[in-house]
Design a protein around this ligand. Structure first.
Ligand SMILES: C[S@@+](CC[C@H](N)C(=O)[O-])C[C@H]1O[C@@H](n2cnc3c(N)ncnc32)[C@H](O)[C@@H]1O
Length: 263
């Protein structure tokens, strides 16, 4: 009993006489050196990106883009019924820079992320600065009264003929909210050619049952805020080879969202 009260590192005589219980192992073990304990993790396997662009509204952009970007990506994945984003191929039309920031800077899992946008400067920046083989970017020159007034009128196969095909899903976040019905039809048809049979579409839109079909709500600023009657939009989506299967109401950081199957 007296021996057990002697401190660790005492004389060899005491150490030898201690029973080899787990409580006494530290007293019997030689002290490890700093160098023998030291190890290091490999450097982070990503190059942080900070694109000099901001496309989101004030209530969204007051949060870091990685915060809202990862939140949105995880919602999309869950609402599409995916177990996770790992291995999935997602085409983001009207991508801006937010989801790319989240995927790269937070090293989120994904099979392939293709971002397409009418903004030539942001797409050029992303092509130049994103060194992550899972991400690809394409500029689309398409007319939009707000974002690209001098733009062209691309064919339905404009994206698919550039090899953007076989995607598990396409998404448009805060993009249809800036399109008239003809441009929305065009985008839906282009995406139909990019998504594999059995694939899905996720997009946000402002919905208003009180209007007849479609309203451009911001007087004097075309396409700043477009709103659709939900049944009109469901019919328009069906014209373009998709079937709406779920609609999620909007919340603080989410616009109302529609989930569709490719027919
Ligand atoms: C409000 S921002 C949203 C950006 C991004 N989706 C997000 O949620 O962070 C709208 C984006 O759609 C792009 N856009 C608008 N019309 C487009 C079109 N017809 N084709 C491709 N991109 C378009 C704009 O350039 C802009 O980047």
């Amino acid at each position: 009993m007296e021996l057990l009260e002697k401190p660790c590192g005492g004389s060899g005589h005491f150490a030898e006489t201690l029973p080899d219980t787990s409580a006494n192992q530290c007293r019997n073990r030689p002290m490890a050196s700093y160098q023998s304990l030291l190890s290091a993790d490999p450097p982070p396997a990503f190059a942080y990106i900070e694109p000099p662009f901001e496309f989101n509204s004030q209530n969204v952009s007051k949060y870091p883009p990685e915060v809202t970007g990862s939140l949105v990506l995880n919602s999309i994945s869950r609402r599409l019924g995916w177990h996770s984003l790992a291995g999935m191929r997602l085409l983001d039309l009207g991508c801006g820079v937010r989801l790319a920031r989240a995927i790269v800077n937070l090293q989120m899992p994904i099979g392939l992320y293709a971002g397409v946008d009418v903004n030539a400067a942001s797409i050029a920046w992303l092509k130049e600065n994103v060194q992550d083989a899972r991400l690809r970017f394409e500029h689309l020159d398409m007319h939009n009264a707000l974002y690209n007034p001098a733009g062209a009128h691309p064919a339905d196969d404009e994206l698919s003929r550039r090899g953007l095909t076989g995607f598990d899903a396409a998404c448009m976040l805060s993009v249809v909210t800036h399109q008239d019905p003809d441009d929305t039809r065009k985008l839906l048809r282009m995406l139909h050619a990019c998504v594999r049979p059995g694939g899905q579409l996720y997009f946000t839109a402002f919905l208003d049952e009180a209007i007849e079909a479609y309203v451009d709500k911001e007087a004097g600023q075309p396409r700043a805020w477009t709103s659709y009657n939900p049944d009109f939009l469901i019919g328009l989506v069906a014209e373009c080879g998709w079937a709406v299967k779920a609609i999620y109401a909007g919340s603080v950081l989410h616009q109302p969202a529609l989930v569709c199957d490719r027919l």
